[in-house]
Ligand binder design. Structure first.
Ligand code: ADP
Length: 415
């Protein structure tokens, strides 16, 4: 089957076309056919498309909303320009898989979309006021353009973490607030943590129940997950993706009293404080320069920039803090797994994170660590390390495509 995978943001639409099916999943023979992104939807949009094995094309076009963007995308997918051998008309797209950020407590796994599911996603808008409406726009646009004959599936960022026990997900605020408003930790990046845990299981030839690892998703957004017996038992993001690690522009964990203090001292509104913590903090806020880890590493190396070094140090310190905490929660782990733009590509940061953790049995092999970049997958632990370490590039789109097939065909999907 050819699956169109959609990931809609407030003004963007990322996509991939992936050929997959139950037998292809088994043999790991799924194939990415095309990918791309449409940015700045609502004005003069920037469109980047790529058929696998060919070079990227960039275009610009006025696209007023997500429906117009999807319409543009579908015309390209079936065009002679895209030239995808097995996709010549819209009928060659057999299903659509959507990434949805928040599934609340209701959605513990991926599901085929119907009116109830849409209502359920709408019910979670309070919890993800920026993300879920954008995801819904993508779903609505796909329903309009494909009609009801093409099944659609949603894969939630939160589902993988619904196995967390109460002690991990409850905040210590009056319990009735949890009951009334569902204020609790949900966690995000679930599709990434789940994919990486699944790949680790395959690579290490373990049974699902024997997968005890800490997964570190380090991209622009960053989160840690404690995976025990194949299930998420704790994760660093909270009710929203603001909690936990230091990120590109998000503060991660912070004393909640800082909100009131800032409002008082800086005359800020609560919305302005929220924007500050989400968009002007993290690596950007600490360095005063950029949210891009590559640039920070360059600044530190080439100009000995003190604030860039500080930002990187705080970033690594927070990760070490969580690794230690999760090892204690889990009663030890077999491996630490790095993924995301930084985790997959930066041997320097990986090394800085684990420096000082030798006493826990975590130690990297310098050579393997240095060589594991640019999408390579493999083990990077020193020979005698008690806890292994791996780099496993994430592939959320592939997991969404596979879940889409499995949901439509009612096949089991434990991962
Ligand atoms: P997103 O969370 O938006 O998907 P990515 O997973 O692509 O983001 O990660 C983006 C981050 O990865 C940026 O901070 C970028 O600087 C960092 N990154 C990419 N390549 C490298 C590299 N070679 N060294 C250090 N950081 C890198």
């Amino acid at each position: 089957m050819n699956i169109l995978v959609l990931n809609c943001g407030s003004s963007s639409l990322k996509f991939q076309v992936i050929e997959t099916d139950l037998d292809l999943i088994k043999e790991e023979k799924d194939k990415q056919l095309a990918k791309g992104i449409i940015e700045r939807i609502g004005g003069q949009a920037l469109i980047t498309m790529q058929t696998s094995g060919r070079s990227q094309t960039k275009q610009a076009a006025p696209l007023r909303d997500h429906r117009a963007a999807l319409d543009y995308l579908l015309r390209w997918i079936v065009s002679a320009e895209a030239n995808i051998a097995t996709v010549r008309s819209l009928g060659d797209i057999h299903a659509v898989g959507h990434r949805v950020v928040h599934g609340g407590e209701k959605f513990t796994r991926s599901v085929v979309i119907d009116d109830d599911v849409i209502k359920g996603i709408e019910d979670c808008i309070d919890l993800a006021p920026l993300h879920n409406p954008a995801n819904l726009k993508g779903i609505q646009a796909a329903r309009e353009l494909f009609g009801t004959g093409v099944p659609q599936v949603v894969v939630f960022d939160t589902s993988f973490h619904t196995t967390m026990p109460e002690v991990s997900y409850l905040y210590a605020i009056p319990y009735q607030l949890y009951r009334r408003h569902k204020i609790r930790r949900y966690g995000f990046h679930g599709t990434s943590h789940r994919y990486v845990a699944y790949r680790y299981r395959q690579l290490s030839k373990k049974k699902r129940d024997d997968v005890h690892i800490i997964t570190l998703h380090l991209g622009n957004g960053c989160s840690v997950c404690a995976v025990k017996g194949g299930n998420s038992i704790d994760t660093s993001m909270g009710m929203t993706p603001l909690a936990g690690l230091v990120m590109g522009t998000r503060s991660g964990d912070i004393d909640p009293s800082v909100h009131e203090f800032l409002m008082h001292k800086e005359g800020m509104s609560i919305q302005e404080v929220d924007t500050l913590l989400n968009k002007q903090s993290g690596l950007l806020g600490l360095s005063g320069l950029t949210n891009d880890m590559r640039d920070l590493l360059d600044e530190e190396r080439e100009h000995q920039d003190r604030r860039s070094k500080l930002a990187i140090d705080v970033f690594c310190h927070r990760i070490r803090h969580y690794v230690g905490a999760y090892l204690a929660e889990m009663g030890g782990a077999d491996a630490v797994v790095f993924t995301g733009g930084i985790g997959e590509n930066s041997p320097v940061i990986r090394q800085r994170i684990v420096t000082g953790l030798e006493f826990l049995g975590i130690q990297l092999d310098q050579e393997s660590n240095a060589s594991m970049v640019g999408g390579k997958e493999g083990e990077i632990a020193a020979k005698n390390a008690r806890v292994s370490a791996w780099v496993i590039p994430t592939n959320e789109e592939l997991l969404i495509a596979r879940d889409t097939v499995r949901c439509i065909k009612n096949a089991p999907r434990r991962w």
